[in-house]
Design a binder for this molecule. Sequence first.
Ligand code: 4AD
Ligand code: MG
Length: 434
Amino acid sequence: MAEAKFLSVKEAMQKGSGEVSIRGWVYRERGSNKLRFIVLRDSTGILQCVIEKDKVGEEKFEEAKKLQVETSLTLKGTIKKDERAPSGFEVSVSEFEVIGWSDTFPITKDQSAEFLADNRHLWLRSRKMTSIMKIRSTVFGAIHEYFRNHGFLEFHSPIFQGTQSEGGSTVFEVDYFGKKVYLAQTWQLPAEAGIFALEKIYTIAPSFRAEKSKTSRHLTEYWHAEMEMAWASFKDIQDHGEGLLKHIVKKVLENNVEDLEILKREPGKLKPTLEKPFVRLSYDEALKILKEKAKMEIPWGKDLRTLEEDKLSSLYDMPVIVYNYPKEVKAFYMKENPDNPKTVFGCDFIAPEGYGELIGGSEREPDIEEIKKRLRAQGEDPDEYGFYLDTRKYGSVPHGGFGLGVERVVSWICGLDSIKDSIPFPRTMLRYNP
Ligand code: 4AD
Ligand code: MG
């Protein structure tokens, strides 16, 4: 069969009739002494193929009887519509060739989450994971596209960093030739130096958080899409966050309707994000709404906890932007609000349906003394932040940016129970293998 031009399963079904050559893995198999039904899987879908003793001959049929789930093979045959087949088409096989035999595949129906996690490298082949990974790929593509369409240049910062930036409690320390360095929690601080050359920049890179919490929203290693922009107002930052999320959802609805169907995710749940402007609430307004609509009394100055974010998100069908948080609960680099110095120009985008914070962003504090003061208040030594403080010394400009947690977005779009399924090989406090 070496000369055959292979079609994907999807292309073969689009062709719909006549001769086709396809290749893939056995997804399911059953049959009798005369007939074997092989459901073949490739990256594009599944397709039932029938191997008949009378057609392929005694010897080949003996081989067909030994085909196990996940055996890889190539085959040639005639495709036709068949309502009874799992994907509506069936191939009557004239020739097949085994490429790689399979041992008995360990993953069968109704396995525990723990077993699937231990066998993640094999579980990736499932239809569920395949669809999630396709959506994830669309999301990454959409992020690059959005930023490039808006004149942002891709800029890279180091993963090994000399300082923390998002609070010492979630920083990973690494022994760097006898010195202590940290894995990047964010690209932001080097990026704030980068805007003086490139003005509008973005990245998609891994960020690391030593999260001890075993929640359905936290990974220790996640992909972080970040942007930083010179001459930006606080509103520009929020507008780009909204624009980016809308673009991501648009692309998924254009490209992945079949995958959403496999995941049993209703596309209608995502449409309001595309169609309606996001609700924007100040922190004060958010407290008021939580009090009035949910009888939740939050003392002014406290951060919103998961519980409160979930309640707030349940009141809307698109992301909600909460802005002007109390200074105390936010990072040292956020700009003080001149109208109320107890608050900062920081914003969080809270996902609908309880998927938590999708984006965190802010306008950045321009005043070098204020930054030093806040670093000291967090127990940091401003001298270690020399490169960062220089960004405020040589022609500083108003600027800001945000970071989007790609796995949070994928979880929400796919309607997943846990963030762990939004990434091929999740890393959490308890899992670093496979
Ligand atoms: O809100 P965070 O901590 O903001 C920053 O790191 C800023 N320096 C970003 C910036 O302005 N350039 O993180 C940004 C986003 C969160 O909104 C969340 O979506 C995601 O990163 N995130 C996580 N995702 C998965 N697992 C974790 N442990 C995460 N921690 C944050
Ligand atoms: Mg945040």
